[in-house]
Design a protein around this ligand. Structure first.
Ligand code: SF4
Ligand code: SF4
Length: 135
């Protein structure tokens, strides 16, 4: 089953680019809500996973780019495991992060990370954090 994208979504070059970067077909999502129900960090997201999909289907890319959801996602893939349409919202959120970071706009400045944290955090956590938040 596929949903029709609105004209605004079809004509939005950023949404077309997001589909290419993420490898996900936005119209496959039929809004069952299972991704949002299973996501462990929905409570902290300004727009939950299923609503991210709907916003994109109707062309509301600006709202999605402004929301914190892509940064809050921990990449656990619970959304993908639960989706009856085999859509990975995790891939979509990673695609959104890529579009953001490719503009050279870092989410976090390395200089702002407290030194005690850098000194004590596991190296893997630091590298993963920089890969996620820094262009
Ligand atoms: S991958 Fe991200 S969006 Fe999907 S369930 Fe995990 S935290 Fe939520
Ligand atoms: S689980 Fe899949 S089909 Fe259901 S709302 Fe989430 S992305 Fe859409």
């Amino acid at each position: 089953m596929k949903i029709k994208l609105t004209k605004g979504a079809i004509e939005n070059p950023l949404i077309r680019q997001l589909e290419r970067v993420s490898g996900e077909e936005l119209k496959r999502c039929y809004q069952c809500g299972k991704c949002s129900a299973g996501c462990p960090v929905t409570f902290a997201m300004e727009i939950p996973p299923s609503q991210i999909m709907r916003f994109l289907q109707i062309g509301m890319m600006d709202d999605v780019m402004k929301a914190n959801s892509m940064w809050v996602c921990v990449g656990c893939l619970q959304c993908y495991a639960r989706c009856p349409q085999s859509v990975s919202v995790a891939n979509v959120l990673e695609g959104l992060r890529q579009l953001h970071l490719r503009k050279g706009e870092d989410r976090e400045q390395i200089k702002d990370v407290p030194f005690p944290f850098l000194k004590n955090a596991p190296q893997q956590a630091i590298v993963c954090g920089f890969r996620k938040f820094v262009s």
